[in-house]
Structure formats: C-alpha cells, structure tokens
Design a protein around this ligand. Structure first.
Ligand code: MN
Length: 208
C-alpha cells in the first residue's frame, strides 16, 4: 500500500518574506502539512484493517478521514509550488490568453479570485481549476480540505485561506494576505499545470 510522504518545500522557509514569514512557512509545512500526510496514511491503514477483519462499521468515519487528510496533502503539495520568491507579475502565453477568455482579463480574474478567497465561510481555499467537461477555467471555493468543488476539476492555482496560513502575519485582515500573495504567485508553475490539465484530461468526462 502506498504511503504518502511530506514533500520538501521548493525554497527556504523564509524565502517568501516579507509576504509570508518563515515562521508561518515552517509551522505550516512541518506541522500542518505533516499532520495531513500522517492522517491520510492512518486512514488508509485503518481501512485496510477493516477490510481484513470484515469489521466495516467505521467505514463512514474512515472515508471522511481519508477525504479530509488526503485533500489536505494534495492541496498543500500544490500550494507550495504555486508560490515562488521569484513570482509575481502576470501570466503569459496560453495561460494569459485563457484568463482573458474565461474571466475577461487578469484584473477581473484577480478581483473574482480575491472575493472568493476572502469570502470563504469558515476554513478553506480559493482555487483556479480546469474544468474538463466544459473545457474552461473556473474559480471555486474549497471548504475545509475536500468540499464544495466539482468532481473531475483539476486545481492549477490555489490559495490556503485557513487561519493557520496567514494569522501570525496578517491577523484578521485577509485582504492584505491575498494582496501580498500576488507578489509571489508562480505563474510559470500555474502555466505548466494548466497545460498538463488541459492536455491530459481531454475526453476524460465525455458524457455521450
Ligand atoms: Mn494549510
């Protein structure tokens, strides 16, 4: 059975300062992300034990644990790569063209994404996703680590809006956190994810 492992950050803890502090990054990666990795492995182990013993009475709890913790592992693994000390600026090439097409321009995209991020009720993420059935980019609000997004959509850029992601630096001022993130958004990484999502999911959700 596959065991999930914590990926290294692609930069030093303090590399994203002053936009996100090294203290947040170290806690966020070493403690929070690690906890999701451990939780996902535990859920899989307990599901395997339940199959082996035939005692499946806890299956609802274990499936929920798996969705939450594996969701957290996936979300953070993508998030780290979506940021870079060399980030900022604007998307280029086909990603820029797609943002123009589906959102009416980069500024309108930023305003929509910011509103989605700061408006989340509770803990969650703002996510720019490729929707293979509509062949389009959409913005979604992801609740907790696993809810309120459509099946089959592929995240290409996502922003952690849990309080642990920003509170030490920005307290309750979510808008300043989102504004700072535009300075470290790794559009090259997003463009690579966009190209791969569009190419590899073509025809995946054909309905007729
Ligand atoms: Mn987080």
């Amino acid at each position: 059975m596959a065991n999930y492992t914590l990926p290294d950050l692609p930069y030093d803890y303090a590399a994203l300062e002053p936009h996100i502090s090294g203290k947040i990054m170290q806690l966020h990666h070493d403690k929070h992300h690690q906890a999701y990795v451990t939780g996902a492995n535990t859920a899989l182990e307990q599901l395997a034990e339940a199959r082996e013993s035939g005692n499946l009475g806890n299956v609802n709890k274990l499936e929920k644990d798996l969705a939450f913790n594996l969701g957290g592992h996936v979300n953070h693994s993508i998030f780290w790569t979506n940021l870079s000390p060399d980030g900022g600026g604007q998307p280029e090439g086909e990603l820029a063209a797609a943002i123009d097409e589906f959102f009416g321009g980069f500024e309108k995209f930023q305003a929509h994404f910011t509103a989605a991020a700061t408006g989340i009720q509770g803990s969650g993420w703002a996510v720019l996703s490729w929707d293979p059935i509509g062949s389009q980019l959409i913005i979604q609000q992801l609740f907790d680590q696993q809810s309120n997004t459509a099946q089959g959509t592929i995240p290409v850029f996502q922003l952690d809006m849990w309080e642990h992601a920003f509170y030490l630096d920005y307290l309750n001022v979510k808008a300043d956190y989102v504004k700072a993130v535009w300075n470290i958004a790794n559009w090259q990484n997003v463009a690579e994810r966009f190209a791969a999502a569009r190419e590899k999911t073509a025809g995946l959700l054909v309905t007729s």
